[in-house]
Design a protein around this ligand. Structure first.
Ligand code: TXA
Ligand code: MG
Length: 328
């Protein structure tokens, strides 16, 4: 048995009879072509049978998502992956090293994957989430589950079940509740269709992690020979209703320009913000970011100033999401 299979066996062994009944019912809804929201280790997903174009259309409708923005196919085993995409040696190395976990791998799609799931592209992104509920749902349905984050397009991704219910509750048959998600930011998306990996979206698995496993340089989309990008990055994300700026704690007061402002970050800011939301470290900042962005705009302030994190570890992904929220 491979290490990956051992990890999965251990995860599945923890499911109780009672839980199993629920996952079975939810999986039946997936098979029937309906939507089910579920937790992953990153954010909550809005799931449908990835091989059923009509079911997938319901996802786009519920989110108000542009139809050319492709979905990630969530799997519960390598056998499933082989049916969906053309594998190569390096892609398999990454899967064995980081799955289940926050890494989505883009590969040439096989014909079985409907064009609608792929947003019309020739490739598809696959990922095995590190969450028992998600894995059970996929395994019970015995289908790959296409799932974007379970928010309305343009809103921050949901990191708890209640936020999912508020955003898109009426569109789904079940919201499986797994409490708060572990990372709070979406998965890393890496394109493995060429010689070198291309980082399309930073996340919990970093470029350094990938370089360590493959011994290959990870390229940025603009360095790649062919221009590659994650279509999703074209659209404005996580737009708060207030103006938002990034700053160091030292420069915070200057950025505020005498307006009523709120601070989010790990360091103590200069000046007197009306609202101060502080985190113990970068990991907590990442974990709490989306919820904070949803809450802070209702706290009677005129602008948001967020600490610009360093780019080590999760910092790269955190900075990416902050820049997008600020419209940079
Ligand atoms: O952590 C996550 O990845 C979460 C959970 C639910 O798994 N899902 C998520 O999905 O963030 P979504 O749809 O919000 O973001 C998917 C990203 C988009 O930027 C999309 O453009 C990109 O992945 N993507 C999907 N398929 C792709 C492909 N074939 N080529 C390039 N980018 C792709
Ligand atoms: Mg999203």
């Amino acid at each position: 048995m491979s290490e990956l299979e051992k990890r999965l066996e251990k995860i599945f062994s923890e499911t109780t009879e009672e839980e199993h009944k629920l996952y079975k019912k939810a999986a039946q809804e997936i098979k029937n072509g309906n939507l089910v929201a579920f937790p992953t280790e990153t954010v909550y997903g809005l799931g449908a049978d990835a091989l059923n174009a009509e079911a997938v259309a319901k996802i786009y409708e519920a989110k108000g998502r542009p139809s050319d923005n492709p979905l990630i196919l969530h799997v519960s085993g390598l056998e499933m992956v082989k049916k969906l995409v053309e594998l190569n040696e390096n892609a398999v190395k990454l899967m064995e090293a980081f799955w289940p976990g926050p890494l989505s791998v883009v590969l040439p799609a096989k014909e079985i994957v409907p064009s609608r799931t792929r947003g019309g592209l020739e490739t598809a992104a696959v990922r095995m989430p590190d969450n028992r509920i998600a894995l059970e749902l996929i395994k019970e349905a015995d289908l790959p589950i296409a799932a974007p984050s379970a928010n309305k397009s343009g809103r921050p991704s949901p990191t708890d079940a209640e936020t999912v219910r508020n955003d898109i509750g009426s569109a789904v048959t079940y919201v499986l509740d797994g409490g708060e998600t572990h990372y709070g930011l979406e998965s890393t998306v890496v394109d493995m269709t060429g010689e070198n990996p291309v980082m399309l979206r930073p996340g919990g698995v970093t470029a350094k992690d990938i370089e360590r496993v493959l011994g290959l340089k990870v390229q940025k989309p603009m360095d790649a020979n062919t221009i590659k990008r994650s279509p999703g990055t074209r659209y404005r994300h996580y737009a708060p209703k207030l103006p938002m700026y990034l700053s160091s704690p030292e420069e915070a007061e200057k950025m505020a320009k005498n307006k009523k402002w709120g601070w989010i970050g790990t360091g103590e800011p200069t000046g007197k913000p009306e609202v101060r939301i502080m985190f113990a470290n970068k990991e907590e900042y990442a974990h709490e970011l989306f919820r904070t962005l949803r809450n802070i705009e209702n706290m009677g302030i005129e602008l948001i100033i967020a600490e610009k994190p360093d780019e080590e570890g999760i910092g790269r992904a955190l900075l990416d999401r902050l820049n997008r929220a600020a419209g940079n």
